[in-house]
Design a protein around this ligand. Structure first.
Ligand code: NI
Length: 186
């Protein structure tokens, strides 16, 4: 979900500051993954919760959707974009059967290509829109905000997953109430 600026700075300034965080997502993710032993990457804290492996593949599939949306804002402003059901994708596309290292590499390239495309856009383009079937009209600036926060949020989810794995190894029950297990951006 988009997170609105708490201050009074104008939208373009916010877009520029989010641009740096957007650019650094791969490094942030690769660094975070060093905290989690590979033996637990397929651990699921519950049947309807994602493992770290599934989150990685999700981040890449999400980025592939984002890659297309970004280009539609610029080249086909005002037109519809496709929504997708991220839980069905995780289940029916067998995320555990996909290679997480390849997914990370694809994420790195998709994000780098999009960052290079957007870093010098004219200010006016940030007001371009697309029509999302569930979220309605979104500006390109909304898009940047969603995807700037997407990876940091999923890193928090991975940390919660790792904590649940550690707790379970110690014979404790994972906390079922944590809000960090699920995020949705459609
Ligand atoms: Ni997500």
């Amino acid at each position: 979900m988009g997170v609105k600026d708490e201050g009074g700075s104008d939208d373009t300034c916010r877009a520029i500051s989010e641009n740096a965080a957007y650019r650094e997502a791969y490094e942030l993710l690769a660094d975070a993954l060093k905290q989690f032993p590979k033996e637990m990457w397929q651990y699921k804290p519950g049947p309807d919760r994602w493992s770290i492996h599934e989150i990685i593949v999700h981040i890449t599939d999400s980025e592939a959707n984002s890659y297309i949306r970004c280009r539609r804002f610029i080249a086909e402003t005002g037109k519809p974009v496709m929504a997708y059901d991220e839980n069905r994708w995780a289940d029916l596309l067998n995320y555990h059967g996909q290679n997480p290292e390849d997914a990370l590499e694809l994420f790195r390239l998709l994000r780098r290509m999009s960052h290079r495309l957007i870093k010098d856009l004219p200010d006016a383009v940030w007001s371009n829109t697309v029509d999302h079937p569930e979220n309605g009209i979104m500006t390109m600036e909304d898009w940047l905000s969603v995807y700037t926060h997407h990876v940091p949020e999923h890193i928090q989810q991975m940390q919660a997953t790792h904590a649940a794995w550690l707790a379970e190894r110690k014979g404790q029950r994972p906390d079922p109430d944590t809000s960090l297990f699920k995020f949705s951006e459609k």
